[in-house]
Design a protein around this ligand. Structure first.
Ligand code: G3I
Length: 449
């Protein structure tokens, strides 16, 4: 059975990160458990994941957004062959372990990406003869999978083995050219032995609609299922833009694979664009997954446009300042979640936290957060302010702060009586020492207490 780590309890709060020049309000009810992508997806029996790069985990806004919103992780590059076995039989897992450890500590699912792929393949592999290559492939699969045994929900065992276009042929690669068509089956059989509990996926792009390439993958999966070759899932990368839009038959394509008896997963979703057009496209993808019972989860290919592999196309759900984009709200809403919006849930009071930057000097700036009660009175509130290291908050006023271990996350509560009549406001302030960085702080959702 696949390993499945439950999302930690109580992790669902809605937060917003605000650009320095923007004033944005979000609200959150203490009872709204579906206010994040991960919790809303979980309520639908699915995960909502993201690709993660180990070298950004030290950035508090990056890690904070990851931990708040997502309940599954795929290492963007760290588990690939060039990262894990750069020299034959010398395995390096440091960066991948960092991501795996982070995911485990947060109760997130971990997708393994990827074991056999023609790209990011060290040159020593391409130089091998057939017999040696077979040994090296099976050894690589075995060593990497055994290292992560018990920690991986699903592995992309083979990635991108088919050609684009109308041929339906396999792509030329050292594996294909020297081992022939049978390398895919061999890789899956080796993978099942190495970690019988991980789901084993075939993953590809331009297979998102019904076309010659997806037909070829479909034929292979059907053949594998009929002959008992171990395969549990098919990953649809779903990298979309104007030249490669979300296909009209996306859901039908997912469904026909699911009908073969495999899970389907959206594994690398990103959609270039902006505003409502981008939001509508994301909506269609999420709707398609929700409509297919065996679509077990969605992974976006990065948290923020800032670090996207195609940042120029702004394809992700958070902008480069970690603000939620319209696409984020569309995804959350389609998943059945709610970011509050100031409307109280039955029996629940709400508040909003609104940030505005105040004075700025060369070495520091002042921020102000206004707390406003929703349409019911509240007797207490709290919110968080997260700054990006090496920034530090040096002073606060009109509130009672507490700090996390890193010193980067401040939780602010009222000074004395926190009561606010319906619709009324109070505010607190703080000074951020820039230490070279003018990044805007992340203001957490306002929680009624
Ligand atoms: O880390 C080095 C850095 O030290 C160096 O200075 C820099 C200069 O080129 O390169 C950095 O490595 C880059 C790496 O991303 C990390 O940023 C590589 O050059 C670059 O090739 C690599 O790109 C990755 C790409 O796969 C490689 O094919 C992208 O991050 C990653 O998002 C992308 O992911 C793939 C999936 O694995 C499979 N499906 C398609 C998807 C998008 O291409």
């Amino acid at each position: 059975m696949p390993t499945s780590l439950p999302r930690r309890a109580g992790g669902a709060v809605t937060t917003a990160l605000l650009a320095a020049t923007m004033v944005t309000a979000l609200s959150h009810t203490a009872t709204a458990a579906d206010g994040t992508l991960g919790s809303a997806a979980a309520a639908k029996g699915r995960y909502f994941g993201t690709a993660v790069a180990a070298n950004h985990l030290g950035e508090s806004a990056y890690a904070g957004t990851l931990d708040r919103e997502f309940n599954a992780v795929t290492p963007e590059n760290e588990m690939k062959w060039d990262a894990t076995e750069p020299t034959r039989n010398t395995f390096t897992f440091t960066a991948a372990d960092q991501i795996a450890g982070h995911a485990q500590s947060q109760g997130m699912k971990l997708r393994g990406h990827t074991l056999v792929w023609h790209s990011q393949l060290p040159s020593w592999v391409s130089g091998l003869g057939a017999s040696d290559l077979r040994t090296a492939m099976n050894n690589h699969i075995t060593q990497v999978m055994q290292h992560y045994k018990g920690k991986i929900y699903a592995w992309d065992v083979v990635n991108e083995a088919f050609q684009d276009g109308s041929s339906g042929a396999r792509r030329s690669s050292p594996f294909q050219d020297k081992l022939g068509n049978g390398f895919i089956e061999e890789a899956f059989r080796t993978a099942r032995t190495a970690d019988p509990d991980a789901k084993l996926c075939y993953n590809d792009y331009n297979t998102d609609g019904v076309n010659a390439k997806s037909n070829a993958v479909y034929t292979m999966v059907k053949d594998f299922k009929s002959r008992g070759v171990p395969i549990d899932c098919v990953g649809f990368q779903s990298h979309f833009n104007n030249d490669s839009p979300v296909p009209a038959d996306y859901q039908a394509n997912l469904q026909r694979f699911a009908d073969l008896g495999v899970d389907v997963q959206i594994t690398e979703l990103d959609i270039e664009g902006s505003g409502t057009t981008q939001a509508d496209n994301y909506t269609n993808v999420v709707k398609a997954c929700l409509a297919v019972t065996r679509c077990t989860g969605i992974t976006v290919w990065g948290i923020t446009d800032k670090y996207s592999w195609r940042a120029g196309g702004t394809p992700l759900l958070f902008d480069s300042n970690y603000n939620k984009k319209p696409a984020y709200t569309a995804v959350l809403t389609t998943l059945g979640g709610s970011s509050g919006g100031g409307t109280p849930t039955p029996g629940g009071a709400t508040c909003t936290a609104t940030y505005s930057k105040q004075e700025e000097w060369s070495d520091r700036f002042n921020g102000q957060v206004t707390i406003t009660a929703g349409s019911s009175p509240i007797s207490g509130w709290s919110t968080t302010v997260t700054v990006t290291s090496p920034q530090k908050i040096s002073t606060t006023w009109n509130g009672t702060p507490t700090w996390d271990g890193s010193g980067n996350v401040m939780t602010m509560r009222p000074n004395g009586n926190g009561s606010l009549a319906a619709g009324t406001s109070t505010s607190f302030g703080f000074t951020v020492m820039k230490n070279g960085s003018s990044t805007a702080p992340v203001i957490g959702a306002c929680t009624v207490s």
